[in-house]
Design a protein around this ligand. Structure first.
Ligand code: CP
Length: 314
């Protein structure tokens, strides 16, 4: 594996290798000194053309815990706002000696362009591109599910037979797409639930069950995992549902719906959350919620990805 551009590209063995190396990284993250010398002397560039809190900070923490030098580049305040192209930006970073590039971009496919362009000779990691993919988010989600289900015996295990219901703005969600491909590869079953307006054209060909009725899906599947997605208002140029109150009532995970779930059903959200819209405060803060575990596990997963791509171990 030279780059990590999507979960669709990952074989089951490659996905399990990342999850298992992340187990090793998690043990490092439990130590008092959370540091390995693996990438000493290497430079990781975090290239963020879109806003981020969790992903940007956790890639930075991951690179630093592997002893790499880190350069953080944000499009805001850079020469991108003066019209500089992705090519010129990439060539500038190459000239500065980047050994690995983490890129988030509003355009679907931008990481692939960078990987195939020859503008920079370094592993490229997709940190979210448009509505296409967010592979490290899906990997950290799978890692979180596996750890909750199997604990200390997680290593080497897939997610065969695990039932995951993903609810909300599927249309604009790179998290939904990356999770679908990875969960399918690992043997889980995915159901998407959303208003018809937020299901992408062509989704009927995906390896997922599609439903518009959350209560029926939750009752019939009794899922292991309910993953709520953020309503991405910033990507919406039309009215996709009547209003926020109606959306929360029909498709939100409120306290009443939370009470109908199995006691061990995990409640996931990639963040940032719209509390009171797709998820109630009670659900977000409940013992079933894995939201903060997902953030913590994100560092271990990103350490594993950077280590495998940049140390030549994959
Ligand atoms: N989940 C996620 O990608 O969050 P950020 O946008 O804060 O990075």
């Amino acid at each position: 594996m030279r780059h990590l551009l999507s979960t669709k590209q990952l074989s089951r063995d490659e996905a399990l290798q990342i999850l298992d190396v992340a187990e090793d990284m998690a043990t490092v993250n439990e130590r008092e000194v959370k540091k390995l010398p693996a990438l000493r002397g290497k430079t990781v560039v975090n290239l963020f053309f879109e806003d981020s809190t969790r992903t940007r900070i956790s890639f930075e923490a991951a690179a630093k815990r592997l002893s790499a030098d880190v350069i953080n580049f944000s499009a805001k305040g850079s020469s991108v706002s003066k019209g500089e192209s992705l090519k010129d930006t990439a060539q500038t970073l190459a000239a500065m000696g980047a050994d690995g590039v983490v890129i988030r971009h509003h355009a679907s496919g931008a990481p692939q362009v960078l990987a195939e362009s020859g503008w920079i000779d370094a592993p490229i990691v997709n940190a979210g591109d448009g509505t296409h993919e967010h592979p490290t988010q899906a990997l950290l989600d799978a890692f979180t599910i596996r750890r909750r289900l199997f604990g200390d015996t997680s290593r080497g295990r897939n997610l065969k037979g695990v039932s995951v219901v993903i609810v909300g703005d599927i249309l604009h969600s790179r998290v939904a797409r990356s999770n679908l491909w990875l969960l399918e590869t690992l043997g889980a079953h995915v159901s998407f639930v959303a208003p018809a307006t937020l299901i992408p054209f062509g989704a009927s060909t995906w390896p997922a069950t599609i439903s518009y009725d959350l209560d029926t899906t939750l009752r019939e599947t009794q899922p292991d995992v309910v993953m709520m997605l953020r309503i991405q208002s910033e990507r919406m140029n039309a009215a996709f549902f009547p209003n926020a109150r109606e959306y929360a009532r029909i498709w939100g995970l409120d306290d009443a719906r939370l009470a109908t779930l199995r006691p061990d059903t995990m409640v996931m959200h990639p963040g940032p959350m719209n509390r009171g819209l797709e998820i109630s405060a009670g659900a977000a803060d409940s013992a079933r919620s894995t939201v903060l575990e997902q953030v913590a596990n994100g560092v271990s997963i990103r350490m594993a990805v950077l280590y495998l791509l940049m140390s030549g171990q994959s």
